[in-house]
Write a protein that binds this ligand. Structure first.
Ligand SMILES: [Zn+2]
Length: 396
């Protein structure tokens, strides 16, 4: 609740978009909370924030835990923030209990997970893991024309006595607690989900080009109607995605040119977002979509661009086992659960053994001021994190 004061909206939600003044102030508050526990703050050129608790053997690669503190413009109090604060709580609990693990533990808040101000998101975790370089992202700009590179510089300049470290440090493990953003745990009354993996995504942009013509005089056989072609493509893709039934196909962007009532449309630009837990299903539908746009284009031209491809992934068995063991030992009900949304844990998965803990959120709602999670569930997730984190950090 204290962190939610930074960027608080009148409707109870949070507007704390990445690298804004609200996030700068929230970040400074986190640093104060960390310093009060004797933690050392660090950052890097991606403005990721780390609060480090030195282990007994501080030269060993650290264990990281956390998530992000940026939000959507109409965000809630828990998405991201819970993971960072649960990690802070876990470290404080270890200190209170007089435990001191061999490895250092670093609480982390990754920069621009949400991608609402600078798209795409997960900037900080992708820079940290080398998926992207600063050069590749510096020229992204927000709606006001502010460059991401300049926004990063402003945030780093606002840090007081926070040393900067290079990318490419080795990490022993990463655990990310997060609200589920779906209805499963709440429906089943289970406070902790051990996340088995993250669903794969393919995103496309499709441009259909025809020719503008008079709605009254152009004969059917001479028309090159981009909208009619696009509508056939969307309908056929939707039919293809009916099998298997848990496939998610979304056309959320659809722009018609010239978008005038009496003109045959000359161009349509639309998006396709395709997701399924099994890579084989996504690959099969990828082939189907490519075939469909060609088959349905009629006399128009079509260009399909795949702008993103993220494979489905399964988290490290040893991290999942560690989280399950901790939950079982605490007597906290838990189940395996699959993540339908992307998280910073995705790029980290390819850099070190990684896992996630989900806790229920009311009605599965997130990216919304109505976002809510019960204190008892948040506590259960933080307890599991604390015990698993200590086990991971104290391991040889
Ligand atoms: Zn999040």
């Amino acid at each position: 609740m204290a962190l939610a004061a930074f960027g608080a909206r009148p409707d109870g939600g949070v507007d704390r978009q990445t690298l804004t003044q609200a996030e700068i102030e929230a970040r400074a508050e986190l640093v104060r909370w960390g310093r009060a526990l004797g933690l050392k703050p660090f950052t890097d050129a991606g403005a990721n924030l780390f609060l480090r608790w030195d282990g007994v053997e501080p030269d060993l690669p650290p264990v990281l835990a956390g998530s992000h503190i940026d939000s959507q413009p109409t965000g809630g109090k828990f998405d991201g923030a819970y993971g960072v604060l649960a990690a802070l709580e876990a470290v404080q609990a270890m200190q209170t209990a007089g435990l001191h693990p061999r490895r250092s533990i670093e609480i982390v808040a990754w920069t621009n997970e949400e991608g609402s101000r600078f798209a795409p998101g997960m900037t900080g975790s992708e820079l940290f893991t080398g998926v992207k370089t600063l050069d590749q992202i510096a020229d992204l700009s927000d709606g006001d024309g502010v460059r991401l590179g300049d926004a990063l510089a402003a945030v780093l300049a606002a840090d007081t006595d926070v040393p900067r470290r290079p990318f490419g440090r080795s990490v022993a493990a990463f655990v990310e607690p997060h609200i589920e953003q779906g209805p499963v745990l709440e429906r089943e009354g289970i406070p902790v989900g051990i996340v088995s993996g993250i669903q794969g995504t393919r995103r496309y942009r499709v441009r259909v080009t025809g020719e503008a013509a008079h709605a009254g005089t152009a004969e059917r056989h001479e028309r090159r109607d981009a909208l009619m072609a696009a509508v056939r493509m969307v309908a056929a893709a939707d039919r293809a995605a009916m099998d298997p039934p848990d496939t998610k196909l979304t056309v959320g962007l659809f722009q018609v040119t010239p978008n005038a009532p009496s003109v045959v449309p000359s161009e349509v630009f639309f998006s396709i977002d395709l997701r399924h837990p099994e890579n084989a299903v996504v690959d099969r539908l990828d082939a189907a979509i490519r075939q469909i746009v060609e088959a349905e284009r009629g006399p128009c031209q079509v260009v399909l661009n795949q702008i993103q491809h993220a494979s489905s992934l399964s988290f490290a068995p040893e991290i999942r086992a560690s989280l399950s063991r901790a939950a079982a030992a605490l007597g906290i009900a838990h189940r395996d659960i699959y993540s339908a949304a992307g998280h910073d844990a995705r790029p980290l998965h390819y850099a070190c053994p990684t896992g996630m803990i989900f806790v229920p959120c009311r009605d599965g709602i997130s990216h919304n001021p109505a976002e809510w999670a019960e204190p008892s569930d948040l506590t259960a997730g933080a307890k599991v994190l604390a015990d698993a984190l200590f086990a991971l950090a104290d391991a040889p």
